[in-house]
Design a protein around this ligand. Structure first.
Ligand SMILES: [Zn+2]
Ligand SMILES: [Zn+2]
Length: 265
């Protein structure tokens, strides 16, 4: 599969992604903490058994619990610690209403495309807990546009990877938290993701992406925005003068770079 190469100089440290934004990589997935005038918010909640790691990390920089947990989408690698953390912190969990069936124990995501990419992640994907995680009682609809939960941030609906996938954008410094709308590492390969040699722009994780046409539209919309910093669910955060052009290249070459061969009709 083709790729959009990115310079190593564009990589940002996880503990200083942008002003008041820090991240933590757990195995192959990232969570982020965003500080703002209403306190701070946890963005995504990691793989199974990461509750303790996230709590200790949060306690290292925040004296108080977050005001909320915001989920970019409901895949297991982004939500697994959410029930325990929400209980411990006694906070609501926000997600787009189109993700609610997958977050309230009602419905499972479509079966992963285990033929996509060919890496270990894809081969193992039938074994992943597709859900359903049950956040009933904590779950709140995440309103689109200027966010009251995350003052200074805007919630963008960026579907395709999942129906209710959302990205978060701060116009003040043009920072984009992109969830799984696209990645900065080849997400099909656990080993590449874990030891992450060279940052590259890729599409959304292909084993779990349900609608490639919509996913491309979302990437095109994001690439047309004014972006200085990108922090994805998988891969390293990036910045630098070339970033905008790299994103446009990803959007333009989306079919070659992102869509798995067995999904190209
Ligand atoms: Zn995902
Ligand atoms: Zn993911």
């Amino acid at each position: 599969m083709e790729k959009v190469a990115v310079s190593e100089e564009q990589v940002l440290p996880m503990d200083a992604v942008a002003a008041d934004v820090r991240g933590l990589r757990i195995a192959f997935v990232n969570v982020f903490a965003v500080m703002h005038t209403a306190g701070w918010t946890l963005i995504d909640a990691g793989v199974p058994f990461s509750e303790g790691v996230i709590r200790r990390w949060a306690e290292s920089f925040a004296a108080t619990p977050p005001n909320a947990i915001v989920l970019t989408h409901g895949h297991f690698d982004h939500v697994s610690a959410a029930p325990g953390l929400a209980e411990h912190w006694d906070v609501p969990v926000y997600a787009h209403p189109l993700e609610f069936p997958y977050l309230s124990g009602h419905q499972e995501y479509p079966a992963p495309n285990s033929g996509a990419g060919g890496g270990l992640m894809s081969l193992l994907s039938p074994l992943y807990p597709k859900g359903p995680v049950n956040l009933t009682g904590r779950l709140q609809p995440l309103p689109l546009g200027a966010s009251a939960v995350l003052p200074g941030w805007e919630v963008l609906h960026t579907p395709g990877h999942t129906p209710g996938h959302c990205s978060l954008y701060r116009a003040g410094d043009r920072t984009l938290l992109v969830g799984d709308a696209f990645c900065t590492t080849k997400p099909e390969s656990f080993f590449e993701a874990a030891f992450a040699p060279q940052p590259e722009l890729h599409g959304p994780p292909s084993y779990f992406t349900s609608d490639w046409v919509t996913a491309q539209s979302s990437v095109e919309r994001l690439a047309a925005m004014d972006i200085a910093v990108v922090a994805p669910g998988h891969g390293k955060p990036l910045s630098g003068p070339g970033l905008q052009a790299d994103l446009r290249e990803l959007a333009t070459r989306f079919r070659a770079v992102a869509v798995p061969d067995n999904q190209k009709q």
